[in-house]
Design a protein around this ligand. Structure first.
Ligand code: DSN
Length: 418
């Protein structure tokens, strides 16, 4: 018997997977970096491709038996190049963090200066946080959002670039709600002779769907994850100009990864196909419309939106005007009780620590996949406000939870077992 018999099946883990399916389908998933991937993406992720070793690239592998895998990876590369209009693509990074580290490894040297957005103002761990390898190995200098408008300040970025003469400028964010125009970054990079990397992990699906400017024509390298607005499997991807193609491929394998996850690569190919369909444009636009509607409804409930609102799939909510005592940590916990999943998040210049915070981050990719539209966004804002106002009243929180379960039942995600 090659595997354990049916009676020896791991019921413990499968019961927990059932429990998680229940959690995802009966509550509101508002984490800006999450989504519900399609059954086809999940089928590819759980396919026989997980059995295959394929170190190398299509046509140049270190193992036999890769004819089929080569075709799959070549399709993934071809599709993502078309989707974003890129010269070259590497679809092997296991995650966004791996993609970013491979770019640094391939294009700059340890100790080189890089300019990126500070983590506490909306950047990412891999954009030079001192606790991350990016900040440990490279000399990152950070820019911050403007004190009054809480938006990127290109005068400040230019001044820092002139002062520090970075080898690379990293554009891109994880908790910044506004459009990211690529041209001003390109102009500054050209002025100081820096490379320009654009991390579009959060907005890749919006870019693919035409709901956000595409930085590919401006950047030397673009990195992203495939599982956020793009709605694919968990994973990363790098797009480059032809000039950097060889250095990037070498930095991914053998530079920083071993065998690629070809089941994930196949699922990425499926997700790219799905993102090329006309319906994906409608999806991307609806994500943004839903975020705008939710932001407006939250501000009517007494919350303050960082930067005054959103142009994308996400918003950062300052809780202080709603209730000065309320923290992001407490909000996340009580909203979880009510069936609303989101994450605590620092607001710019937050007086509280990243473990406590004065804000929460909210995104609309998942609820939009479910088919919710503007009317449901008004309800969600009301449920959030009611829960937080009644956070010391478990019966009121339970009442919200029941309302959310019945809302979610009207918008089922997976109609068959997933
Ligand atoms: N953890 C991701 C996010 O939530 O934005 C970034 O890596």
């Amino acid at each position: 018997m090659p595997w354990p018999s049916e009676t020896q099946r791991d019921t413990e883990v499968f019961a927990l997977i059932d429990k998680e399916r229940e959690r995802q389908s009966t509550g509101l998933q508002l984490i800006a970096s999450e989504n519900f991937t399609s059954p086809d993406v999940m089928e590819a992720t759980g396919s026989v491709l997980t059995n295959k070793y394929a170190e190398g690239y299509p046509g140049k592998r270190y193992y036999g038996g890769n004819a089929v895998v080569d075709d799959i990876e070549a399709i993934a590369i071809d599709r993502v190049k078309k989707l974003f209009g890129a010269d070259h693509a590497n679809v092997q990074p296991h995650s966004g963090a791996s993609a970013n580290m491979a770019v640094y490894l391939g294009l700059i040297k340890p100790g080189d200066t890089v300019l990126g957005l500070s983590l506490d103002h909306g950047g990412h761990l891999t954009h030079g946080s001192p606790v991350n390898a990016s900040g440990i190995l490279y000399n990152f200098q950070s820019f911050r959002v403007g004190a009054t408008d809480e938006r990127l300040d290109f005068d400040q970025i230019r001044d820092l670039a002139i002062k520090h003469k970075p080898k690379m400028i990293v554009a891109g964010t994880t908790s910044y709600p506004r459009r990211l125009e690529p041209q001003p970054f390109r102009a500054i990079a050209d002025e100081v002779g820096a490379l320009m990397m654009f991390d579009i992990a959060h907005i890749a699906g919006l870019v693919a769907g035409g709901a956000h400017p595409n930085p590919v024509p401006y950047a030397d390298v673009v990195t992203f994850t495939t599982h956020k607005t793009l709605r694919g499997p968990r994973g990363g991807c790098i797009l480059t100009t032809a000039a950097h193609a060889a250095a990037i491929d070498k930095a991914v394998f053998p530079g920083s990864q071993g065998g690629p996850l070809e089941h994930a690569v196949a699922a990425k190919a499926v997700a790219f196909h799905e993102a090329m369909q006309p319906s994906f444009k409608n999806y991307a636009q609806q994500i943004v419309k839903n975020a705008a509607a939710l932001a407006e409804a939250l501000s009517k409930q007494g919350f303050r939106l960082v930067s005054g609102g959103t142009d994308t799939h996400m918003m950062v909510v300052d809780l202080q005007p709603f209730d000065a005592e309320l923290t992001g940590k407490e909000s996340q916990l009580v909203l979880d009780e009510a069936g609303i999943t989101l994450n605590k998040n620092n607001i710019p210049n937050d007086p509280r620590s990243p473990f406590v915070t004065s804000g929460v981050r909210i995104g609309t990719p998942s609820v939009t996949t479910q088919g919710m539209k503007e009317p449901e966004m008004a309800l969600i804002a009301e449920y959030i406000a009611t829960t937080l106002r009644n956070r010391a009243n478990p019966a009121a929180v339970a009442e919200v939870r029941a309302k959310i379960a019945s809302l979610c039942a009207k918008f089922p995600v997976y109609t068959k077992r997933a």
